[in-house]
Design a protein around this ligand. Structure first.
Ligand SMILES: Cc1cc2nc3c(=O)[nH]c(=O)nc-3n(C[C@H](O)[C@H](O)[C@H](O)COP(=O)(O)O)c2cc1C
Length: 189
């Protein structure tokens, strides 16, 4: 085993501003398959993903803007302009939700959501390793029922976890300095 892969993983950072081309079909297969390796208490497979591409990305953004207004939570004009500009270039959004299996009461709900969160993390890592930029956002109406219901995720059966934009970075990201893990780790004896 080599440490090269892990060292490359350490260079991952989110890239919000992406453009076409989006992931090639065989790369998207790998990104989504990487999600399937997430740890999953009870093998509930709680993750659900919807692929939103090209024109549909722009329509989703418009829906989020209008639905936020209708829900009495309008975005500022600046934010609306920013969303439209951002999404006009994004080739792929992956909508991500956690399925709530009401028949299973053994695995707490937050553990199922964590499994989907790890799945999303695996997707971010896989996208990075394939040379794409990816960014997880809980903007775009993640907490607005009209938006999530339009995507097929009613709040009774799903916890909606946001969107992942994936594409080709428009600009190389600014280098970031990550915290030293020692700050967050103690030894318990
Ligand atoms: C669940 C979740 C939701 C997020 N939602 C947003 C968001 O709506 N807007 C935003 O600017 N960043 C959001 N972020 C943070 C970015 O995805 C990203 O992590 C952040 O810009 C830092 O970049 P890094 O991943 O390179 O550290 C979210 C992150 C997570 C885990």
């Amino acid at each position: 085993m080599s440490t090269a892969a892990v060292n490359f993983l350490l260079s991952r950072q989110s890239v919000k501003f992406v453009q076409s081309p989006g992931p090639a079909p065989e790369h998207l297969d790998l990104i989504l398959q990487a999600a399937m390796t997430a740890p999953d208490h009870g093998k509930l497979r709680p993750w659900r993903f919807s692929l939103i591409r090209d024109d549909a990305v722009v329509r989703l953004g418009e829906l989020a803007i209008q639905a936020s207004r209708r829900a009495g939570k309008p975005l500022s004009e600046e934010k609306e302009v920013g969303i439209r500009k951002w999404l006009s270039k994004v080739p792929l959004l992956v909508a991500m939700a956690c399925r709530i299996d009401h028949s299973n009461t053994k695995v707490p709900e937050h553990e199922r959501a964590l499994a989907v969160g790890v799945a999303a993390g695996n997707m971010l890592n896989a996208a990075h390793m394939l040379g794409y930029g990816a960014f997880w956002s809980t903007g775009l109406g993640t907490y607005i029922d009209e938006v999530t219901e339009a995507l097929g995720y009613d709040s009774l059966d799903y916890q909606f976890l946001g969107f992942m934009a994936i594409g080709t970075p428009i600009m190389p990201p600014e280098p970031v300095v990550r915290p030293d893990y020692h700050e967050f780790v103690t030894e318990w004896k």
